[in-house]
Every structure is written in C-alpha cells, then in structure tokens.
Design a protein around this ligand. Structure first.
Ligand code: IFM
Length: 765
C-alpha cells in the first residue's frame, strides 16, 4: 500500500499512485464545502473507481433498508485518449504522476501521463465555498512533441452508490451550450439536477454530442501543440428540490454565471473564503511540522463535513466523503465535532444545535414509540430526526445471520449528550436568546425522557438506569453504565437549574413553554430528587477504579491481542450478543475514559482508571484514540498523549480502521476523529475549561512545541492566544463585551476589551 505523505505544510500527496487504492484516496483527497463532498480521484474515474459527489439533504432509501444521501451524476467527467488509448493514472509511470490535496484551500489535484511519458495531464478541482452548489475543474494537457488527442467530457450519470440506485428517472439534455441531467430520487421523489459547463481555452471546439444510456458528453479531437498546453475548464452545478422549487433552472443559472465569471475568478473568491475560515479555526504549532500538518488536515475535514450554511442538517459520521453511515449524525456531532465551533464560531455551533431543535419531533416520536416521554433522540439522525439506525446493523459473518443490535433503542446517552452540548454552548457564549428559544426546550424534553427512563430501586434506595448500551458498544444490555449515569445526572440537573432560573427571571415565557410541554414544577422537583439520588458509580476506595457497568469486573479479564486469536474470520463483529468480546473486559472504545473527557475527577482517579482501561480498549471505534489523547494531555500523561494524538490524527491517512465491520461498509473519512483534533490541543494541552464565570487554562505543551497560536471567541470577544513553554498570552480584540475573567494555574486576571494579558510559568512537560 502506498502511503500518502505531506509535501510542505498544507499538502497531502501520494506519489506514485498505489494500485487498488482508489477508494481510500477518493476520501483522503476530497474537496467539499458542507453542502457537497466531491470525492478525490481523476477526471476519468467512474463508479468502479468510487467516483462520487455526495450532496447533503438528499436522503433517499433505494434498497428498502438504508436511507442515505445520494451521489449525483458526475458533471466533471473527462477522458483523454491518445492513439485510442485512455490516459490513466493507473498506467502512469512518470515520477511526477500522483494525486494530492491542498487542504488550505480544499483543492484536489493530480498528474497522469501517457505510457510513453510524452503527454501529461494535470488536473485541479475545488468545491467552491462562496458558491456552494458549484465544483470547478481545470485540466491542462502538455506534450513535448505535440500530439492529437480525443477528448470526451460531460456528465457520467451512473455514479457510485452504496445501497441501491437512487434515481428512478433521469433525463439528459443539452441547453444553452450546457449539459444537464434531471433526476427524481427513487423513494423520496426529490428532484435533483446537475449541469455541466465546458470551455477549452484557445479553441472553438464545435464539439459533437455523444449520448450514452447513462451519460451525455461532448466529444472532440484536439491538437496539443509541442511544449504548449491546452487548458480545459469544467464547471458543475447541482441543486435539489430541497434547495429550490426548480433545481434544473437554478443549476443552469448557476453554471452559466460560473462560466461567465471563469475558473480563475472563482478560484480567487474561493481562496479568500478559506482564508477567512482559517482565521477562525487554525491552530498554528511551531516545533512539530508533522503534527502541524495533521492538525490542519483534520480540521479541514471537520470544516468540509459541517453544513454551516444551514441550521437543519447534521454533520455525518463520515461527513460527505461517501454514503457510509447514511450521511447522518450520531453523538459524534455534539461531543466530537461541535466543540471547535462552540469556541471559535458560535453562529455555526448554534446552527448545529438548532438542527437538534428542529428534529425534536422525531425524538418525541421515538420516545413515544418506545413507551417513554419527552425527547429520545435517534442514534442515527438524518434530516427529519426519525431513527435511521436499523434493527440489524451487522451480520454474523460466520453464519450469515442478521445480528439484532440495540444501538437504536438502548444507547440512551445520545439525549443527555445533546443537553451537555447545549450547556457547553451556553457556558461559552452566554447566548440567552438561544437558550430561551431553543435550548430550554431541548433540555426540558430530554429531562422528560430521562425521568421516564430511569428506575427507582427500593431495595437500594437509589435511582438506577438499567438495560443500556454505553459508549463501549461491545457490551449491550448492561445496567448502570457509569458514563450514561453521569451524563443523565448532569442533564437532569441543568434542566432543573434552567427551569428554576426561568421561574425567577422569565416566568411568562416559562409558563408558555411549560404548558406546551406539559411540564409542571412538581415534576421538576422530581428531576432534582432523581439527580440527587441517581446512582453514580464511585471510584473504589482502594483501587480507585470506577466500574464501567454493574458486573464489568466479573467478566473474563483478557486483553484485545490474545482475544483476537479466537477470531475465525477477520471481519467478525466482536460485540454483543455472541461476539468474542461481549463476555470479556475488552471494550470497543473509551467509556470510563470518555467520562473523564466531560466531567472533572481527581487526577489520581483518572490515572488509575487510565492504566486499567487503556490496555483493555481495542480502539476499534475511531472515536477512541482522540479521547485517550485528550484525557492524557489534560492530566500530564505526556507519553500517552503523544502516542494517542498521533494515532488519532492519522486514522484516515494511515488507514488504521478497516472499512468493513460485521459485513457492513463503514469506510470514508472518520469525521469525529477529525473534530476532536482541535479539542485535544485546546482542552488537552492547553487545559482549557470554560465555566459560566471564567476561562481557565492549565497549559502543558509537549516538548519541542515552541509556540502554539490560535483564536477563540468567548462571550462575543475574539481572543488571540499564544502559548509558549514559559508564557501564555491572551489578547482581546476591541469589542463591546465586558472583560473575561481568566485563571491560568493559580494566577487570575481580567482580560479587558482591546487588551493583552500575559501569564508566566512553566508550561511544558
Ligand atoms: O458514534 C460512533 C460510535 O460511538 C461507535 N461506532 C461508530 C459511531 C459513528 O462514528
């Protein structure tokens, strides 16, 4: 396998192009903008090479099982033939041949050459940020000696699709010099249109139209003059009926606008937009070039996965890199992707949380269907908030039988996780308006759900939560999962706290909201009592260990390595009900360690549990290494922090997570791991914590990091932060907001508008 490597600070490249790696490189080198994801790959790639443009808000269920986003026809298809032979990266022997992504500007590029090495093709593609529906591609052909080539470019309307054909009708046509494809999706009946524009510089082509059953192209013969290049620009525009009532007309208009503006102008605007994004999200690290590039690369993928242009769509667990995981949100969204936005771009964060507000009806319906009250959010959530997680996610690869997992009905921590995120957003922004209009309803409805889900045990005189699935998905049907119980307690407490505050400060609003929700003060008193008496597994006084769930320590104690020897097939599912791990202490991912990422515990308790659980974790979930890095960094366990930081940041580049599990395809970009990159640095190495009244840091820079610089936006104040081994400086931009109280170690200061605070100390370990 050919591993991609960084070429300079902002470029990931693979040279030479490895055979049979089209799927991987397609994800790694993709370009995107939160509205669509255009997979990497060469212009002549078809479905066999996993070419695809995945468009948000096009959920459709083509095979009766998996609702997923559509891959739309590729309107940037292009093929070059020399002497009837296709120019292909797979045949390119030239040392220049390869594939790359400039992640500063989301620009995919590649070089392929003819078998004799004379004809060379460079292409360059970007999904525009200022014009979210447009993707551009430029192809340059050069030849030392000059040659005649056949060119075919236009719409390949038979895209790669994971679970069925998503278009029941498709019309291909030419209009006003542009090619268009108009489709209707199979199950949801959604109209989708793509339009393709083509311009060849210096040639008036007068091309012929070439029509196939699944494609419409322009064909022409071109002369490539010696030592000069031919430049071909292509523009694609895509709209669905969820964007506009007439997607065909919108795509035509957009492509025509783009063609008249031209590639260079559009690229300039696109780069300027990215410059603005990096001002918000960039983390600059001086002293470790590899980590620097990796952090930026992961941040890039977090950004292009996020539909920041709207407040009614989720961040998919594989972003828009492919259709795996149904283009849908899990708890990953709130706990892994969102925090970067909370502290750097509050409007984007509010948009993501508003999506959870808009999908409350789905969560209410799920709770009701399962016999509960309030909002039980779906484990896998698309546009509507209906539960997308099927009853049978995996199959038993040994027998071919379906496995009935209970991700959809027992993994209840999703609801308090969303409350936790609402509160984290509020603490950082003090956005009262959001809390009043949307956050309160989320918190109260989750409170109602939890109240109806928690049990009272008269024998033990405490509340308990039985029959759940915590973050470690190998152990289903467990009681009192520590993570779930702590999150539930927190969610009940903040819901009650907010209720009490509104009683004092905004009784009229509260009266209206409570009457709509059927919520009365006595019930809130019961939430308070429940939170107080809810069983929170405590550290054992001697070992300091917190039991992951009731009876976990009685399971067979074996480590993942030896356990793997029991596998009969590599792709076997390890978990409940009959996988090799379910009756053992081997866990799929951080669970008690995940608890430490969200709630404060004594350093000794964290250290003891880290020692215990870390070797027992298989890290089969891509969420796990990042959480281990964060917790280790925050507690000064620098060797582990470094190891897990690198491991988490390289999940996609080093391809550490197989794309198949228990017979289900789960490949693509691991967006949660990308999202946690920012958190590892800021919450981990800088030890940042934000409470309602102050901003705290406990910096511990890895050895070799000379400087760490980034920007935050806290309570409306933009703060530029610079950490060095012996100082931490915070500089606030001018703003109307009042000062922010800052605590660094034991030192306190007030950061006033347009001022700078410097703390000195030993901030390296
Ligand atoms: O949400 C995660 C889960 O924790 C582990 N399995 C994959 C999901 C999506 O990333």
């Amino acid at each position: 396998m050919q591993r991609p490597a960084f070429e300079g600070p902002w470029k990931l490249a693979v040279r030479p192009y490895g055979p049979d790696e089209d799927f991987r490189y397609g994800s790694l080198m993709m370009s995107g903008n939160g509205y669509l994801g255009f997979r990497g790959g060469f212009p002549d790639f078809r479905k066999e090479e996993y070419a695809g443009c995945i468009v948000s808000d096009t959920y459709d269920c083509a095979d009766g099982k998996w609702k997923e986003l559509c891959t739309v026809p590729n309107a940037l298809f292009a093929e070059v033939r020399l002497n009837k032979r296709k120019l292909s990266i797979h045949d390119s022997v030239d040392s220049r041949a390869g594939h790359a992504l400039d992640f500063r500007y989301g620009e995919t590029s590649g070089t392929a050459s003819g078998t004799d090495g004379d004809l060379c093709m460079n292409f360059h593609r970007f999904a525009s940020f200022p014009h979210l529906h447009c993707v551009w591609q430029r192809i340059e052909l050069t030849s030392e000696t000059g040659c005649r080539i056949d060119f075919l470019g236009g719409i390949d309307a038979d895209p790669w699709s994971l679970n069925g054909r998503h278009f029941r009708t498709m019309e291909l046509d030419r209009e006003s010099g542009l090619l268009r494809a108009d489709m209707v999706t199979s199950e949801s009946g959604l109209p989708v249109s793509v339009v393709s524009g083509l311009r060849i510089q210096g040639t008036e082509p007068g091309p012929e139209l070439h029509r196939e059953r699944t494609g419409l192209y322009l064909v022409l013969e071109l002369t490539v003059p010696p030592r000069r290049s031919i430049v071909i620009d292509q523009c694609m525009s895509v709209y669905s009926g969820n964007d506009t009532p007439d997607p065909g007309a919108a795509a035509l208009k957009d492509a025509a606008r783009g063609m008249s503006a031209g590639f260079d102008t559009e690229l300039m605007k696109h780069r300027a937009h990215w410059d603005g994004l990096w001002q918000k999200y960039d983390i600059s690290i001086d002293g470790d070039e590899e980590i620097q590039s990796l952090v930026r690369y992961n941040t890039y993928h977090n950004v292009i996965a996020t539909p920041a242009h709207t407040d009614h769509l989720p961040i998919g667990a594989r972003g828009l890199s492919c259709q795996a995981y149904q283009g849908a949100a899990f708890w990953d969204q709130e706990i892994f992707n969102l925090p970067m936005y909370i502290y750097t771009d509050p409007p984007a964060a509010a948009g993501i949380l508003s999506y959870r507000y808009h999908t409350l009806p789905g969560a209410l319906e799920k709770a009701k269907r399962l016999g509960y009250e309030g909002a039980y959010y779906p484990w896998i959530s698309g546009d509507s908030g209906e539960e997308l997680c099927p009853d049978h996610f995996f199959i038993d690869v040994l027998t071919g039988r379906k496995i009935r997992n209970h991700f959809n009905d027992w993994q209840i921590h999703i609801s308090p996780d969303i409350s936790y995120a609402v509160w984290e957003y509020y603490r950082a922004t003090l956005d009262e308006e959001f809390l009043r209009t949307k956050g309160a309803e989320i918190l109260f409805r989750v409170g109602q759900f939890l109240y109806s889900r928690v049990h009272y045990s008269p024998a033990r005189e405490r509340y308990e939560i039985i029959r759940v699935l915590g973050p470690d998905e190998y152990h289903e049907n467990v009681d009192n999962n520590a993570f779930t119980n702590y999150q539930t307690c927190f969610a009940l407490k903040i819901a009650a706290e907010l209720f009490r505050r509104l009683e004092r400060e905004d009784p009229d609003h509260l009266a209206k909201l409570s009457s709509r929700l059927g919520l009365a003060p006595p019930r809130v008193a019961e939430w308070e009592e429940m939170a107080q008496k809810l069983y929170l597994p405590q550290p054992d006084p001697e070992s300091l260990l917190i039991e992951q769930f009731d009876g976990y320590f009685r399971h067979e104690d074996i480590l993942p390595g030896p356990l793997a020897e029991r596998l009969q097939k590599e792709s076997e599912y390890w978990g409940w009900p009959n996988g090799i791990a379910f009756a053992t202490q081997v866990i799929k991912q951080a669970d008690v360690i995940q608890l430490f990422a969200l709630h404060p515990f004594d350093k000794d308790v964290i250290a003891a549990n880290y020692e215990y659980y870390e070797p027992r974790s298989q890290h089969r979930s891509s969420l796990s290494p990042g959480v281990h890095a964060l917790v280790a960094a925050r507690t000064g366990n620098m060797p582990r922090a470094d190891e897990y930081l690198r491991r988490s940041l390289k999940i996609d580049i080093a391809d550490t997570h197989p794309p198949d599990s228990g017979g289900t395809f789960i490949g693509g970009i691991h967006t949660a791991a990308c999202g946690i990159a920012w958190q590892i640095v800021v919450k981990g190495f800088l030890g940042m914590e934000v409470s309602v009244d102050e901003l705290r840091f406990q910096p511990r820079l890895p050895r070799g990091w000379n400087k760490l610089a980034l920007s935050l936006r806290i309570r409306g104040v933009r703060i530029h932060l610079e950490a060095r081994p012996d100082s931490l400086s915070l500089e606030a931009e001018d703003s109307a907001a009042a000062g922010v109280s800052v605590l660094v170690g034991e030192d306190r200061g007030i950061l006033k508008p347009a001022s700078r605070l410097v703390f000195n100390g030993k901030f390296v370990q």
